[in-house]
Write a protein that binds this ligand. Structure first.
Ligand SMILES: *Cc1c(COP(=O)(O)O)cnc(C)c1O
Length: 390
C-alpha cells in the first residue's frame, strides 16, 4: 500500500516537507530508502549563513556524503570539513576548491595528509604533538587549528572526550607547531551535537576564549576560530529558527572574541536532518506473552542499517504511518538483524496504531543526518540505506 501526502495526519499538504512526502507516498521502494529534498538542504544552508555573519561555513561531510548534496552546496559557495582522503576526493570531485576544504579530523592517516597537501588543501586540525609532526612532514608550512576539549554541555549527542587536548596543553602545542615550521592559526572545538539552545554555548565559549586571549597575550597571533558543529535539528519538537539560533551563537562569540578575522563553523546535522526521510517497512508485529503490555514492532531498518543514533535512545525520530489517527498503543521498536542490541526504542516506547501490521509502510522523519553514513555495508545481510536525492 502506498500513501498520499495528505494521509499523514497533522501535516498540511503544502508544508516544508510536502515534496518529500509526495515522492515517498507515490514511490515503491524495494528496501529502506532515504529520500533527500535538495531544496531543503539549500534552504538550511542559506538560513545558517544568514545568521552567521561572515563566518565561512564548512559542511561536515560525514553527516550525509551524498555526492548530489556536496555538489549543490559547493555551487552555493559552501565550504567543507573533511575527515579522510575519501571525503576530500568527494568534495573535490563535486566542485569544491581545495582551499575551501579543511582536513578537520585530528586522527589522520599520514598518507592522507600527503595526499591532501598534494591536492592543495592548506588547513589542518591537530590536538597532539605526534599529529603536528605528521602534518609538518607531509604538508610543510600548513595552517593549523588546535582542537580543544571542552566540558560537556548537555548536548543530546556529546562529542567531548575523544577529540581535542586539554586547554593547558594549548599554548605549548601552538608553540611546537610554529617550531615545526607550521602556521598555528587558531582554535577549534565541538560544543556537542544537537545542542538544543544557543545559550548552552556560553560556558564552552568562555573556556575557549580564555585560551584564545592567553595565546594572544603571549604573542601567538591567532586569527582563526572554528566553532565546529552542534547546530540542532527539530526532530518534531520546538526549536528556534536556524537563522536566529546561529545569530545568537554569533553574538555570544562576538561578546567574547570581538571581531574574529576568520570565523569558521562546521554544521552537519542542521544542514541535512530535516531534509530527509526514510521509507521503511514493518516486518513483524508481535507480543512476547499473552499479558505483554507492549507490542514489539520490527522494521526492515535498524541500528546497523542507518538508525545508529538511536543508541541510548539519544536521538528520537518521529515515525508516521498510513494508519495515523487511529487508536495507538505503546510499542518497543526494533530492527531486523539477529543482534539483541538492534532495538531502537524500549525505555521510552513509541505510540503506534494498534492496527499496524507486517507490510505497512512507515516513514521516519527528519533523518537526513547520520543515517546513510552510519549504515553498515550489510550486517546480517540487511542492505545499507538506498539514497535518493530529489
Ligand atoms: C561531526 C562534526 C561536525 C558536525 O557536527 P554537527 O553536530 O552534526 O553539526 C563538525 N565538526 C567536526 C570536527 C565534527 O567531527
Amino acid at each position: 500500500m502506498y500513501l498520499n501526502a495528505t494521509d499523514f495526519v497533522g501535516r498540511a499538504a503544502f508544508d516544508r516537507t510536502a515534496r518529500m512526502d509526495g515522492f515517498v507516498a507515490s514511490t515503491a521502494f524495494d528496501r529502506p530508502t532515504l529520500v533527500i529534498d535538495s531544496d531543503l538542504v539549500a534552504e538550511n544552508f542559506r538560513a545558517l549563513r544568514a545568521g552567521l555573519g561572515n563566518a565561512a561555513i564548512h559542511y561536515a561531510v560525514k553527516a550525509n556524503p551524498a555526492p548530489q548534496i556536496v555538489a549543490l552546496l559547493a555551487g552555493l559557495g559552501c565550504r567543507f570539513d573533511a575527515a579522510s582522503r575519501a571525503e576530500i576526493e568527494l568534495c573535490l570531485a563535486q566542485g569544491a576548491a581545495p582551499a575551501h576544504v579543511s582536513f578537520g579530523n585530528t586522527i589522520k592517516r599520514e598518507r592522507d595528509i600527503a595526499f591532501a597537501h598534494e591536492a592543495g588543501l592548506t588547513l589542518f586540525a591537530a590536538d597532539a604533538e605526534e599529529e603536528l609532526e605528521k602534518i609538518a612532514r607531509n604538508a610543510p608550512g600548513a595552517d593549523i587549528y588546535l582542537r580543544l576539549i571542552v566540558e560537556p554541555t548537555g548536548a543530546d549527542w556529546p562529542l567531548t572526550r575523544k577529540f581535542g587536548c586539554a586547554r593547558d596543553r594549548a599554548l605549548p602545542l601552538l608553540r611546537y607547531a610554529a617550531e615545526l615550521g607550521l602556521t598555528p592559526r587558531g582554535l577549534s572545538f565541538h560544543v556537542g551535537s544537537q545542542t538544543r539552545e544557543a545559550a548552552m554555548w556560553a560556558p564552552t565559549l568562555d573556556q575557549i576564549a580564555a585560551v584564545w586571549h592567553a595565546a594572544r597575550a603571549e604573542g601567538i597571533a591567532l586569527d582563526l576560530l572554528n566553532i565546529g558543529g552542534g547546530f540542532p535539528a527539530a526532530y518534531g519538537g520546538a526549536l528556534a529558527h536556524p537563522t536566529s539560533y546561529a545569530a545568537d551563537v554569533l553574538s555570544l562569540v562576538t561578546e567574547r572574541f570581538g571581531a574574529v578575522p576568520h570565523l569558521m563553523a562546521e554544521p552537519g546535522r542542521a544542514m541535512v536532518a530535516d531534509a530527509g526521510q526514510i521509507a521503511a517497512e514493518v516486518l513483524l508485529v508481535s507480543r512476547k506473552s499473552d499479558d505483554d503490555l507492549h507490542r514489539w514492532v520490527y522494521l526492515d531498518i535498524g541500528r546497523f542499517s542507518g538508525l545508529a543514533e538511536t543508541e541510548g535512545e539519544m536521538i528520537r525520530y518521529q515515525i508516521a504511518t498510513a494508519r495515523d489517527g487511529e487508536e495507538t498503543g505503546p510499542c518497543i521498536l526494533a530492527g531486523p538483524s539477529c543482534d539483541s542490541v538492534d532495538v531502537l526504542y524500549e525505555r521510552r516506547p513509541v505510540a503506534l496504531p494498534l492496527s499496524l501490521r507486517a507490510g505497512d509502510r512507515v516513514v521516519i522523519r527528519d533523518c537526513g543526518a547520520y543515517t546513510s553514513s552510519y549504515a553498515s555495508v550489510g550486517f546480517n545481510g540487511f542492505p545499507p540505506l538506498d539514497v535518493v536525492v530529489i
